[in-house]
Design a protein around this ligand. Structure first.
Ligand code: NAD
Length: 335
C-alpha cells in the first residue's frame, strides 16, 4: 500500500522550527508519512514573488491533507490574508478548534474540554464592503449567511459531537439584534437539532456565551457558530487553557483539510529556538484523528501531556527553561 502523502508548509517566523518539531514527533510515533514541502507566505514571496504559489495550491489539492505553519501576511500592499484565501479556494468551511486543559500550564482552569466549530467561509468575513465616500466618513461591510452554509456547519458539529461521544451542542448567535443573518443561522440550527435529538442542543447569545465561558466553562462541550463569533469565542477558549501556544485548529472542507496552530508566526521570538511547539503538535494529533489513525494520535497526546504536566524541558511560556529542541526531545524520549 502506498504511503499517505502530507503537504507540509513550514511557514514564516517560528513556523519552520515548530513544524520540524511536529514532523519529528510524527515520525517517532511511527506514522510513516511521505512529506511534500511547499512554500507560502513571506518565504514564498521572497523566492517566487507570490504569497501563495500555484505549485503550493496544486500540492494541497493533490495530497488533500496539509500541515501548515503560521504565515505572515505583509501589512499594506493590498495583500489579502493567505489563510482567508486558502479557506475560500478549498471551501474549508469548518474550522474546528479544540481546547483541553493541561495541568502543567499557567492556565486559570484545569477542567476545560471544549471544541469550537466555526463557520469559516461566510458571515462578516466575506470581504465584501466599501468606504462609502471620499471623505471616509462612512463604511459598510456585507455579512452573508446562507441556509446551505448554516446547515452544513451545524450538521458538521452534530456529526463531530456524535463521533467523539460528546453530549451537547451549543449554537452561539446574536439573533435578537442581527435578526436577518444570525436569525437565519439560529433558525437552521434549530431545524438541524431536531434531526439530531440524540444529542442535547442549547442556544446562547454570544455575549452571554462569553460570560458563561469565563464563569462556568465546564458547562460547554461543542460550540457551533458563525465566522466572526467563532473567531473571538475560540480565542477566548484558548485563553482558558493557557493561551494560543496550546490551541490547534483544523480547516476542513469536502476536498481538502489544513491543520495548523491557531497562533501566528511570532516574529518577536523567531529564530531564537524558544517557541512552544504544542499547538502544531496538537494540530498533528487532529490530523491523525482525521486520517483515522486514533492509536497514533493517542500515543502522541499521552507523551505531550506527560511532558507538559511534569514540566520536563518545557518552554518559557509554560514556565520552563527549555528550548523548542529540548521540549521536542522530551516528547521524543517518551515515544
Ligand atoms: P502571534 O500569534 O504570532 O504572537 C502573539 C504573541 O504570542 C507573541 O508575543 C508571540 O511571541 C507569542 N506566541 C505565539 N506563538 C507562540 C508559541 N508557539 N510559543 C511561544 N510564544 C508564542 O500574533 P501576532 O504577533 O499578532 O502576528 C504575527 C504574524 O502572524 C502576523 O503577520 C499575522 O498576520 C500572522 N498570523 C498568522 C496566523 C496563521 O497563519 N494561522 C494566525 C495569526 C496571525
Amino acid at each position: 500500500m502506498s504511503k499517505q502523502r502530507i503537504t507540509v508548509i513550514p511557514g514564516d517566523g517560528i513556523g519552520p522550527d515548530i513544524i520540524d518539531s511536529a514532523l519529528k514527533v510524527l515520525d517517532k510515533a511511527g506514522c510513516d508519512f511521505e512529506y511534500d514541502f511547499a512554500k507560502a507566505g513571506l518565504a514564498a514571496l521572497e523566492e517566487t514573488g507570490e504569497l501563495l504559489p500555484q505549485e503550493t495550491l496544486d500540492l494541497i489539492e493533490k495530497n488533500k491533507v496539509t500541515l501548515k505553519g503560521p504565515l505572515t501576511t505583509p501589512v499594506g500592499g493590498g495583500f489579502t490574508s493567505i489563510n482567508v484565501s486558502l479557506r475560500k479556494k478549498f471551501q474549508l468551511y469548518a474550522n474546528v478548534r479544540p481546547v483541553l486543559s493541561f495541568k502543567g500550564t499557567k492556565a486559570r482552569y484545569d477542567n476545560i474540554d471544549i471544541i469550537t466549530v466555526r463557520e469559516n467561509t461566510e458571515g462578516m468575513y466575506s470581504g465584501a464592503g466599501q468606504v462609502m465616500n471620499e471623505e471616509r466618513t462612512q463604511a459598510e461591510a456585507k455579512s452573508l449567511i446562507t441556509r446551505d452554509g448554516a446547515k452544513r456547519i451545524v450538521e458538521f458539529a452534530f456529526d463531530l459531537a456524535r463521533r467523539e461521544n460528546r453530549k451537547k451542542v451549543t449554537a452561539v448567535h446574536k439573533a435578537n439584534i442581527l435578526k436577518t443573518t444570525s436569525g437565519l443561522f439560529l433558525e437552521v440550527a434549530r431545524e438541524v437539532a431536531k434531526e439530531n435529538s440524540d444529542i442535547q442542543f442549547e442556544e446562547m447569545i454570544v455575549d452571554a456565551c462569553c460570560m458563561n465561558l469565563v464563569m462556568y466553562p465546564e458547562r460547554f462541550d461543542v460550540i457551533v457558530t458563525t465566522n466572526l463569533f467563532g473567531d473571538i469565542v475560540s480565542d477566548l477558549c484558548a485563553g482558558l487553557v493557557g493561551g494560543l501556544g496550546m490551541a490547534p485548529g483544523a480547516n476542513i472542507g469536502a476536498g481538502a483539510a489544513i491543520f495548523e496552530a491557531v497562533h501566528g508566526s511570532a516574529p518577536d521570538i523567531a529564530g531564537k529556538n524558544i517557541a512552544n511547539p504544542s499547538s502544531v503538535i496538537l494540530a498533528s494529533i487532529q490530523m491523525l484523528e482525521y486520517l483515522g489513525m486514533q492509536d497514533k494520535a493517542e500515543k502522541i497526546r499521552k507523551a505531550l501531556t506527560e511532558v507538559i504536566d511534569s514540566g520536563d524541558r518545557t518552554t518559557r511560556d509554560l514556565g520552563g527553561t527549555g528550548s523548542t529542541t529540548d521540549f521536542t526531545q522530551s516528547i521524543l524520549d517518551r515515544l
